[in-house]
Design a protein around this ligand. Structure first.
Ligand code: FAD
Length: 301
């Protein structure tokens, strides 16, 4: 359970208040505001605030005086055109602010996306909770033998039990020492900013993360991809669902032209053209490396 009863009560109280506004609102994301969506064993994603909706994208594209909406069909066509032709700045007019709780090793991957605003929970100021990511048994995978940056089959039996035991014991021991170093009654105690250094990378941290829709799509394109590590992918997938609720037309265009799309190299395009012309092309005659060939075959089946 990622939230304490007090935290849940704060969220409920916030959701019980509403104010009239002249600003653009999105019904789908209003229904999600402040709610915590669980991710992994102790993590969550929740929407704290947002700016804009689908109409804000077309409004900016048309530099309109009013809402800029012509008709849903018209807006949909324009949004799809903008996405297809990489006319990205109208998407930057929408923003999303999230509260995310995530393991530190996931945060390290996430923070590489520099085009966002971040404020992280201070472990200098506050004591971190005893919360560590321990993978579910079905996600305890072996190192992949074909991909240095991936996982292979799931660990089983004694080996899986031993790994889980080690992860739990190490996390607990590190946290015990963290607490001890900060001092018991009557001791001076090590500063929180130093005591935290022995905590492992599976400890949970939290941050507020604010990003515009263009850069959010870039993040989701990379992190909701099947090649992304499972532990960050599940966060990206949760955010995908929220973005679908928030800006359904833009999300559909993103799914069509980014998430479900594929990019071909110049040689790859030539190979497809040669195949369509009836030529039997092999990896050896394609001009592609073995890996590029496998990737192309993965795209065109
Ligand atoms: C599957 C996968 C594996 C990865 N493996 C590794 C790894 O082994 N080691 C590693 O270090 N990283 C790794 N990364 C991180 C990756 O290299 C990028 O840092 C990360 O995906 C963020 O992408 P970005 O820079 O495009 O995003 P953002 O930082 O959000 O930037 C968005 C865009 O803004 C522009 N931009 C932002 N800042 C600058 C800048 N300073 N200069 C120029 N243009 C800028 C660029 O066009 C950029 O694409 C991996 C990422 C993925 C998805």
């Amino acid at each position: 359970m990622p939230l304490s009863p007090d935290q849940q009560a704060e969220i409920d109280a916030q959701r019980a208040q509403s104010q009239p506004t002249l600003r653009a609102t999105s019904k789908g994301i209003e229904a999600q505001l402040y709610r915590a969506h669980p991710v992994l064993d102790h993590g969550f994603v929740r929407v704290i605030d947002y700016m804009g909706d689908d109409a804000a994208i077309t409004q900016a594209a048309r530099v309109s005086y009013g809402r800029g909406t012509k008709s849903v069909q018209n807006d949909e066509g324009l949004i799809r055109y903008l996405m297809r032709h990489w006319h990205s700045t109208p998407f930057e007019m929408c923003e999303l602010k999230l509260h995310v709780k995530l393991p530190v090793f996931v945060a390290r991957q996430w923070i590489r996306h520099r085009t966002a605003n971040v404020n992280e929970y201070s472990a200098r100021y506050s004591v971190l909770d005893r919360e560590f990511y321990i993978p579910a048994p079905e996600h305890l995978a072996a190192q992949s033998s074909i991909n240095n940056q991936g996982r292979g089959a799931t660990l089983e039996g004694d080996e899986a039990a031993r790994v889980l035991e080690t992860l739990k014991a190490d996390s607990d021991r590190a946290y015990d020492h963290y607490e001890q170093m900060m001092g018991q009654e009557g001791q001076q105690g090590l500063a929180r900013e130093l005591a935290r250094m022995n905590l492992p990378a599976n400890v949970y941290t939290q941050w507020y993360w604010k990003v515009d829709l263009h850069n959010l799509f870039h993040f989701l394109r990379l992190r909701a991809d099947p090649h992304a590590q499972y532990e960050i992918r599940v966060y990206a997938e949760t955010i995908c669902d929220l973005v679908r609720d928030w800006v359904p037309l833009a999300y559909a265009a993103f799914e069509e032209y980014r998430l479900g799309a594929a990019q071909l190299s110049a040689t790859g395009v030539q190979v497809v053209r040669r195949m369509l012309a009836g030529e039997e092309v092999t990896q050896e005659t394609s001009g592609l490396t073995k890996r590029e060939w496998a990737e192309l075959m993965g795209v065109i089946g």
